[in-house]
Design a protein around this ligand. Structure first.
Ligand code: DOR
Ligand code: ZN
Length: 362
């Protein structure tokens, strides 16, 4: 048995409010605990988006009654809310800025709108932006211009990790995260499983392969592994959509990930591609430092590092009902989670009640 500190996932979508048929603060935080994650930072691209005092207060009131693990809620940068979100900064996980993809009211396609946010957001927590190739380069440059920390979400490309490496070498305040699906899957959902593994060669079809950023080439994936020292955090981008939605017309992009994060990483440890120290650094120490998160006393995760088993969505706690890693053979199982002195998960059962989770910015 290995004992790890409780993991922090700095990037999850809990779908609360507006799409609770996919997930909510209850099922999403249950899924976190089953994955050994004891603190989640929840994204603001909900319906309505979390982008002012009213929407933030409303979601926090819901979270207070539903969350089973600790959490903080992101606030979203909109075209007209730079002053308001800056005032709310101490209540938020950090600021999420959507640069040029369409996300309703959180769309910012004019760079003067970025500037207002970079000017006003206090530098205690980072501005988090998507890694959208050249937009990412522009955002890093703007962070330098305004001397603000920037955190790049879910990098997936060789050019992104290499640009961030150069920026870090020059002292720019940039940090970044990578998702397990960008480390273990290539374009088309083709598994980059260890040599000799024949459990999962089919790939993902249709809407099930849809995720943003898209799954990249094997050369991109290799570059992420080769530059793991540049990558500060592991983040799941847990983006639950139901199987019916994924297999239907216009499948929405996104993969659930909270319950497969640690099994996949531990499997990589067993193959000698990763160390336990790297898991602790990228899933605990670095997110805590970057997002100024408190320590969780008497909190740990027990793992059976020798347990071999097959990933099965049917055993998971997320409401979405599927996983892109169905059938994968992994080595390393979360057996027990203790959160703030209380047994929160044991052998497949969630023991923490809704409302046990604490808003760490509360
Ligand atoms: O695949 C994705 N799904 N990428 C995103 O950036 C958003 C997410 C979602 O909210 O479903
Ligand atoms: Zn996301």
């Amino acid at each position: 048995m290995i004992k790890l500190p409780g993991l922090i996932d700095p990037h999850v979508h809990l779908r609360e409010p507006g799409a609770t048929h996919k997930e909510d603060y209850d099922t999403g935080t249950a899924s976190a605990l089953a994955g050994g994650v004891t603190m989640v930072l929840a994204m603001p691209n909900t319906k309505p988006p979390i982008f002012d005092q009213a929407t933030l207060s409303a979601v926090l009131a819901t979270a207070k009654t539903k969350a089973r693990c600790d959490y903080a809620q992101y606030i979203g940068a909109g075209p007209e809310n730079a002053a308001e979100v800056a005032r709310l900064a101490s209540q938020a996980a950090a600021l999420k800025m959507y640069l040029d993809s369409t996300f309703g009211q959180l769309r910012l396609d004019d760079m003067t709108l970025w500037m207002e946010h970079f000017r006003l957001w206090p530098d205690a927590t980072p501005i988090v932006t998507h890694s959208e190739s050249r937009s990412m380069a522009a955002a890093i440059w703007m962070a330098q211009l305004f001397d603000k920390p920037i955190h790049i979400a879910h990098i997936s490309l060789r050019e992104e990790v290499l640009l961030i490496k150069e920026a870090k070498a020059r002292g720019i305040k940039v940090t970044c995260e990578v998702c397990p699906h960008h480390l273990f899957l290539a374009d088309g959902g083709i598994p980059l499983a260890p040599a000799g593994c024949d459990c999962c060669s089919g790939g993902l079809s249709g809407g099930r392969a849809e995720v943003r950023p898209r799954l990249a080439t094997k050369a991109d994936v290799d570059a992420l592994w080769a530059n793991l020292d540049v990558i500060d955090c592991f983040a799941t981008d847990h983006a639950p959509h139901t199987l019916a939605e994924k297999d239907g017309e216009n499948p929405p992009p996104g993969f659930p990930g909270l319950e497969t994060l640690l099994p996949l990483l531990l499997t990589a440890v067993s193959e000698g591609r990763l160390t336990i120290d790297q898991i602790i650094e990228k899933s605990v120490t670095n997110p805590r430092r970057i997002f100024k998160l408190p320590e969780q006393p008497e909190t740990w995760v027990e793992v059976d590092e020798n347990a071999r088993y097959e990933i099965r969505a049917a055993e998971m706690h997320s409401r979405c009902g599927w996983t892109p890693f169905e059938g994968w053979q992994v080595k390393g199982r979360v057996t027990r989670v203790v959160l703030r002195g209380q047994e929160a998960y044991k052998d497949g059962k969630i023991l923490a009640e809704p409302g046990f989770g604490v808003n760490i910015r509360g």
